[in-house]
Structures are given as C-alpha cells and as structure tokens.
Design a protein around this ligand. Structure first.
Ligand SMILES: NC(=O)c1ccc[n+]([C@@H]2O[C@H](COP(=O)([O-])OP(=O)(O)OC[C@H]3O[C@@H](n4cnc5c(N)ncnc54)[C@H](OP(=O)(O)O)[C@@H]3O)[C@@H](O)[C@H]2O)c1
Length: 308
C-alpha cells in the first residue's frame, strides 16, 4: 500500500511510497483512510524524526476490519480516528477506543479536521468551564485549533474575542459566533476570564496583561518560536491569575478520546460546529505544509487519499 514517509534529507520533507500493510494488535481496527489533516506541530516533527518515519494522527475513513478483541466499530462503519503515527496511509491500524462513528451527514474531510485540533479546542476551553457569560480571548483564531475554539466557546455561551493576523484572515471566522474580531491582541479591550494562547512571545506577554484576577491563560503552543519574559510583578493587576500549561494528549484519561471525538462529531452533525477546511490531494503536502508554516492556511488543511 502507499503511505506518507518522512524524508528529511530529500528534496521535500515527505514522500508517498510503498510500505507494508498494517499489522493490527488485538485492540486495533484496520481503517481504509479517505482523508487526513496536517497539524503545525507535525511540520516540526518532519525535521526531527528519522528518514522513513511515518507521520499521521488525524484520519477519517471506513473500518475494513474490526479489532480482533471484538471492541469498537464493525467493518463498514465510517469513522474519525486519532492515531499516534502512521495514519497517513491507504490503510492504518487504530486502537478501537480512539475513534468515533460518523453519521452520513459528516464528511470525511470535515471529520479529519477534528482529532488534534478539535480535542485541543474542546479541552483547553474546559479550563474556563462553565463558559456561559464569560469573556474569552482566543489568539490564532484563524488557525486550525482557533476556528474550532471560537465556535465551541461561542456555543457554550461565552463572549468571544478572536485575534487574527489580518482583516483578510478574519474572513474565515465569518458567521462562527465571535462577538468581536481584532487584528492585534493589543486591540482587545478589558479583561478576560479565559485566554487561549499559542502564538507565544509578545502575544503571551499581552495575554497576561489582559487576564482577569483569578482568570486563566491556557498556554498550548508557541507558534512564533519567541520567548516570553515572566515576572511576578506582571500579575500585580491580575491577582491570583493562573498560567495553565496544556497538552491535549495527556490532559485527560486515555478512555476519553472516543467520547470526546464523538462529542465533536455530534456538533458537526447538528450544524453547530463548522470546521473551516481547505481540501487538497495528498501529493500536495509539501507545498501546503510550507504555506501552513508561513501563516498562509486559514482553518485546517485536509488531504484526500484517492480510493483505488
Ligand atoms: N499543546 C497541545 O496539545 C497542542 C495541540 C495542538 C496544537 N498545538 C499548537 O498550537 C498552535 C496552534 O495550532 P494550529 O494547528 O491551530 O496551528 P495553525 O493552524 O498554524 O494556526 C496557528 C495560528 O497562530 C497564529 N499566529 C500568530 N502569531 C503567529 C506566529 N508568529 N507564527 C505563526 N502563527 C502565528 C496564526 O494566525 P494569523 O496568521 O491569523 O495571525 C495562525 O492562524 C501551534 O503552535 C501548535 O503546535 C498544541
């Protein structure tokens, strides 16, 4: 079968090559992958992982073979899955508890946007729950995590201020429920009970300056790669505020992956979560990946695997 393979020494960061079929463990189903998505963090992994390593976490497709232990969806079920790696392939082995069934009205492309980005959006927001009536500030709001977080927060009753890089970028948030969209965090007025921050550098400094006393800044990335000076005195006007480190994979128990994926899928199915996606053929990963790193992708980049 064909799969995406890491090629850090090649002309492009990855290539599509022949690899052996997956050999599932007893708790793993085999899934025919129709669509997958690319995360900013995976672009960095391409550089540090060895030649031949096989990437791929966010996949959607059809169960070909149910897990041998009898758990999880039956053959023929349309599913979205979170894999550790090796997901970007014609077929992938997936632990049966890391998948959720898809209703017919949820496309593979929309579903593939959900695992890493959707779980991150959902789980970062839980640090501010209940959100009803709260002011929430979301940086990188035009990005993969950001556009989903804006929607989930707004649907939970928060008053959301979204920070995007430009007016052009703001278009991706049209109709998604943000109360306010600003093109610089410095333009966000007042204090916020919850701030989702992954740009890092000056953006994190500004975020600390806008958190409510006893509020929370969830730090889940550093897209800019820039450091942020930190000093106790920064909290003088934001007393007892908290900086919360966040890692989507370990923040909640393993058995919650399936239910949280199912929750996200149900919100797409009922029309209250509308992933902003741009769709490509899987041969386009190198070009689209470069655009993603250069802040040239609004929403989530999705790739289709032709079904032969
Ligand atoms: N901790 C975790 O568990 C976890 C999970 C998922 C993702 N992450 C991290 O969270 C961040 C967001 O992920 P994502 O998938 O949403 O990425 P993405 O789609 O590339 O979005 C990142 C957004 O950040 C904004 N941004 C602001 N300043 C930036 C800068 N200096 N450089 C690059 N982007 C900048 C960009 O918006 P504008 O161009 O509109 O300003 C962009 O839309 C990444 O750093 C990722 O590695 C962490």
């Amino acid at each position: 079968m064909l799969a995406v393979v890491n090629t850090p020494n090649g002309p492009a960061p990855v290539a599509i090559r022949e690899v052996p079929e997956p050999e599932p463990k007893a708790n793993e189903a085999v899934v025919a992958v129709h669509a997958f998505s690319l995360n900013r963090g995976e672009m960095r992994l391409f550089q540090v992982r060895h030649e031949g390593w096989r990437p791929g976490q966010d996949i959607a497709g059809v169960v070909l073979r149910q897990a041998a232990d009898g758990n999880g969806p039956a053959a023929g079920t349309r599913v979205v899955c979170l894999t550790d790696w090796e997901g970007w392939a014609e077929r992938a082995a997936v632990p049966s508890h890391r998948m959720a069934a898809l209703p017919d009205n949820v496309s593979f492309a929309d579903a593939a946007s959900l695992p890493v980005a959707g779980l991150t959006a959902l789980r970062t927001l839980r640090h501010g729950a209940p959100l009803l009536g709260k002011r929430v500030l979301i940086t990188g709001a035009a990005g993969g995590v950001g556009n989903l977080a804006v929607q989930l927060a707004a649907r939970s009753g928060a008053r959301v201020t979204a920070v995007v890089g430009s007016a052009e970028r703001a278009k991706v948030l049209d109709g998604l429920g943000a109360a306010e969209i600003v093109t610089s965090i410095d333009d966000a007025q007042g204090r916020y009970e919850l701030i989702l921050e992954a740009a890092g550098g000056p953006s994190l400094t500004a975020a600390i300056g806008k958190v409510e006393a006893k509020g929370v800044v969830v730090i889940y990335g550093n897209s800019s790669g820039e450091p942020t000076p930190l000093d106790f005195r920064m909290f003088g006007e934001h007393q007892n505020a908290r900086l919360q480190g966040f890692h989507y994979f370990t923040c909640e128990p393993e058995e919650k992956f399936g239910p949280d994926l199912a929750l996200l899928v149900s919100l797409v199915a009922d029309g209250s979560l509308k992933p902003r996606i741009v769709e490509h053929d899987w041969h386009d990963i190198p070009a689209v990946g470069a655009r993603l790193l250069g802040r040239g992708v609004a929403g989530k980049a999705i790739f289709h695997i032709p079904q032969t």
